[in-house]
Every structure is written in structure tokens, then in C-alpha cells.
Design a protein around this ligand. Structure first.
Ligand code: PEP
Length: 256
């Protein structure tokens, strides 16, 4: 059985003291519980401070992006090796905010996926359709294109270090989550595509998170779907109590 995985994407929020405090509260709340995997992904400037706050606990550290080159004259960019160096285990790639607001293509994301995996990171790869794409019945085509493009040239053994996050764009930060059935359908579709390309063993081991307005009151029903293996949490991860309630929901415990 796949272990549930709940990750907090703090986006461009917090400041140094708040980041440290939030990380400590999450680490303290989780204790040494290893039944669920938990990660927090703060902004770059606070990675080291958060790494320090998480030391010795069960909460892993993730970053929200990286560049695909190892080093060089790339002003403002951060390499996968630098993320490893400051204690990151995960990196989020392909988030819709980067696809949409910063124009990231599948080919560009694919270069980062290769580089991140080569550096030893685990990748949380985000995929998802816009409202217009869903309404024009193109959800599956979009997901398949993003999946194939982002994972081009990736071998089955590397896929053990990839987590997919299905994040319908229309559900991110809108308060309008996908229904459990919509999430399950998209996850089952993605798992089916992974199965067809990489085989049953890889597909059944692959965690697929749902992301998009997950809150303490809707997490349990979403996570109860057979192909939903936890969540990538934006807004609700900025408050330790609500994030921990979502973690409890992943354990099948009462959220509140
Ligand atoms: C996200 O940014 O990945 C996300 C899912 O945000 P929210 O939970 O706020 O919708």
C-alpha cells in the first residue's frame, strides 16, 4: 500500500521568523509519526532556517523550483545541488503558477526534472488543466501532454523518486476544490498512463497527490479516493493547525 504524502507549498509567503515558527510548529505537531510522509517547501531565502528548525524530526524539506544547470552564469537561479546542500529532499517542478505566470514549458520542466533527479532530489511534478480546458473536455489530453513532455527520457528506476501532483488550475487558491470523483478520475487516468509506459510495479508504487484548495474539512474525502495519495497544500499549509489537520486526515484520523 502506498504511504500518503502531504506537502506544504508556502509559495511567496512568510518571512524568516514566521518560516522558522511555522516549521517548528509542524515538526512538533508531527513528532516522530512516520505513518505519513510530510514535507514543507518554503521560499529559497528561508530554506536553511527551516532546515535547522526541522532537524531531527520527521518533516522533510522541499524547494519550490530549481534551474537545470549545475552552476554558471545564471543570475538569480538556484541549482539542484544547492538545494541538496541546504538539506532539501524534494523540489516542486511544473507548478501551474510557473507554467502560467512565468511561461514554463514542458520541455523546460523536463530539463529540470532530469537535473533534479541527477542531483539526488525527489521531484514533485505538478500537472493540471485550466477551467477552459476542462470545460472543452480536454483534461485528459492536457494531462497526457504534460506528463509525456515533463517525463521525456525518464527511466522507470528514476520514477521511484518522482511524485505526481494533480492540480487543476481552476482549483488552486480559489476555494473551489475538485470533487473527490473528479480527482479520482484524473489520478486514475495518470496512473494508467504511467502503467502503460513503465509497467504495473512502477505505476502502483507512484504517489499521486491532489492539490487545489485542500482544507481540513475536505481533505479526508479527497484522500479516501483509491488513487489519491495525499496532497500538495498551498494556502492551508501556512497555518500549522490547518496543515496538521490535513496530515491527520491523511492518516484517516478526524481532522478537527
Ligand atoms: C498549490 O499552490 O499547489 C495549491 C494547491 O494551492 P491551494 O491549496 O491554496 O489551492
Amino acid at each position: 500500500m502506498r504511504k500518503k504524502f502531504v506537502a506544504g507549498n508556502w509559495k511567496m509567503f512568510t518571512h524568516a521568523a514566521a518560516a522558522r515558527q511555522l516549521a517548528s510548529a509542524v515538526a512538533h505537531g508531527l513528532g516522530n509519526d512516520k505513518r505519513v510522509s510530510v514535507a514543507v517547501c518554503p521560499p529559497f531565502p528561508y530554506l536553511s532556517a527551516v532546515a535547522e528548525a526541522l532537524k531531527g524530526g520527521s518533516v522533510a524539506l522541499g524547494a519550490q523550483n530549481c534551474y537545470h544547470e549545475k552552476e554558471g552564469a545564471f543570475t538569480g537561479e538556484v541549482s539542484p545541488a544547492m538545494l541538496v546542500d541546504v538539506g532539501c529532499r524534494y523540489v516542486i517542478l511544473g507548478h501551474s503558477e510557473r507554467r502560467q505566470k512565468l511561461g514554463e514549458s514542458d520541455a523546460f520542466i523536463n530539463r529540470k526534472v532530469h537535473a533534479a533527479l541527477a542531483a539526488g532530489l525527489e521531484v514533485i511534478l505538478c500537472l493540471g488543466e485550466t477551467l477552459e480546458e476542462r470545460q472543452s473536455h480536454r483534461t485528459e489530453t492536457v494531462l497526457e501532454t504534460q506528463l509525456n513532455g515533463s517525463l521525456a527520457g525518464i527511466e522507470a528506476n528514476s520514477l521511484r523518486r518522482v511524485v505526481l501532483a494533480y492540480e487543476p488550475v481552476w482549483a488552486i487558491g480559489t476555494g473551489q476544490n475538485a470533487t473527490p470523483q473528479q480527482a479520482q478520475d484524473a489520478h486514475a487516468f495518470l496512473r494508467g498512463k504511467i502503467r502503460a509506459r513503465f509497467g504495473e510495479e512502477t505505476a502502483s508504487a507512484l504517489p499521486i497527490q491532489y492539490g487545489g484548495s485542500v482544507k481540513p474539512d475536505n481533505a479526508a474525502i479527497l484522500f479516501a479516493q483509491p488513487d489519491v495519495d495525499g496532497g500538495l497544500i498551498g494556502g492551508a499549509s501556512l497555518n500549522a493547525d490547518s496543515f496538521l489537520a490535513i496530515v491527520r486526515a491523511a492518516l484517516g484520523e478526524p481532522a478537527a
